[in-house]
Design a protein around this ligand. Structure first.
Ligand code: SAH
Length: 396
């Protein structure tokens, strides 16, 4: 096996159990290894530290599979990791019995670059790391073994980040037979999931518990759900007895699926739903001018800052929607606001929201700090993996 030798001092991150080794931390690679192959990670003095997959084109030069340098990276390893990820979720209170659940959350489940989302009897796999790419067949086999009731495994490895790994997009059926439609039940609401064409693997499973909170909160409220995608928060608001729900997105295909979801939930009062194809930035200003007011405004925008370089521009965008979004919240109402940008931390996001309120001359209270559900855990050694942060703010 080839050895990846770290620069002096760079063993600290490995010892702290951070799974990434950046290109600038690497002194040299000794021996032959192909892209995606397994290397032994060694401190500058040669002390073996871990085993990792190597990626020659990525700034993240290697991702650690095992923090014990003597343990093999083989079929048994992948089988065990997948089985473990599936098993604890099956027993965890908020996850047991969910038909839509993330089974494998990459690094946090000890499987860098591997995402598996389960929608009913279909599992959707996404691989975003050259090291994991080589183990696709083994991962699929492990998944089928761990979840005996699956009928299909579908691949959605078409994320842009694959380019950095030198990997081409791969989409299609990997195992089994696809049912005609894929859908999930989430706290009494049914959602059709577009596994072939939807965002990510088809659905934003990370917001499950927050959608439930909206259902619990919505009774009698007038709700504005911006960046609504296929209607996640909107349907839960209707289920919770909202008086009226506006759903706004600029994507026509997303809204087509939203309408499909409304039709799937025939018992809901869909006459209380209004669907608008619009740009949120201009829409907020327009509705303000028209004198609209809501009891709950939800802002769940796409990732404005995919990396640190985008942060200043992203902060302006967050500021804009929150400043105007708040003005649409009637006194005593709620703003539920999110950022899924890795480059902006919880404290920073909270400070930004506080500034917007002050500029609007409003006082407010943070009623809840929100995050992704338990099926999107955060690795202790890599806390920056906490990408989704939300605040439920009550505004005076
Ligand atoms: N809240 C959703 C997920 C939101 S994803 C859920 O729980 O399922 C972000 C959405 O924002 C996408 O559907 C995208 O089409 C939409 N979007 C991005 N930019 C937008 C803009 N400027 N105006 C309106 N919608 C936008």
């Amino acid at each position: 096996m080839a050895d990846l030798i770290l620069k002096p001092g760079k063993e600290r991150a490995v010892k702290a159990r951070h799974p990434w080794i950046f290109a600038q931390s690497v002194a040299k690679v000794v021996g032959r290894v192909e892209n995606g192959g397994t290397v032994r990670v060694c401190a500058h003095d040669g002390t073996p530290l871990a085993r990792a997959g190597i990626s020659f084109t990525s700034g993240i030069r290697a991702r650690i599979w095992r923090f014990d340098p003597d343990q093999p990276v083989d079929h048994a390893f992948f089988r065990r990791q997948v089985a473990q990820a599936v098993a604890w979720r099956a027993r965890y209170p908020t996850l047991a019995g969910q038909s839509g659940v993330r089974l494998v959350h990459g690094e946090a489940d000890g499987l860098p670059g591997v995402i598996v989302d389960r929608y009913g009897s279909v599992a959707v796999l996404q691989i975003t790391f050259a090291g994991a790419e080589r183990w696709r067949d083994v991962i699929v086999e492990a998944l089928v073994r761990a979840c005996p009731d699956l009928c299909a495994v579908y691949e959605r490895s078409d994320s842009e980040v694959r380019q950095r790994e030198g990997l081409a997009p791969r989409v299609g059926l990997l195992w089994g037979t696809l049912p005609e439609t894929v859908s999930i039940d989430e706290y009494g609401v049914r959602f059709a999931v577009d596994i072939a064409g939807g965002h990510k693997t088809g659905f934003y499973l990370d917001q499950r518990e927050n959608r439930r909170l909206v259902q619990q909160l919505a009774s009698g409220l007038r709700v504005l759900n911006t960046f609504c995608y296929t209607g996640g928060f909107s349907l839960h608001a209707l289920k919770g007895g909202a008086q009226e729900v506006w759903s706004v997105d600029s994507s026509a295909p997303a809204l087509t699926w939203l309408k499909k979801n409304l039709a799937l939930n025939a018992a809901l009062p869909t006459d209380r739903s209004r669907v608008l194809e619009a740009d949120v930035f201009s829409g907020l200003r327009e509705w303000l001018q028209a004198g609209e007011q809501f009891d709950l405004v939800i802002l769940d925008p796409p990732k404005f800052a995919p990396s640190a370089a985008h942060v200043p521009k992203a902060k302006r965008a967050y500021r804009d929607i929150n400043l105007f979004g708040m003005r649409l919240v009637r006194p005593g109402g709620y703003l539920m606001t999110y950022s899924c940008s890795g480059g902006i931390g919880v404290e920073e996001f909270q400070a930004l929201i506080a500034t917007c309120a002050a500029e609007n001359r409003r006082s407010g209270q943070i009623v809840a700090r929100l995050s992704a559900g338990a099926d999107h855990p955060i690795g202790l050694g890599a806390p920056e993996g906490e990408y989704l942060k939300g605040l439920l703010v009550r505004l005076d």
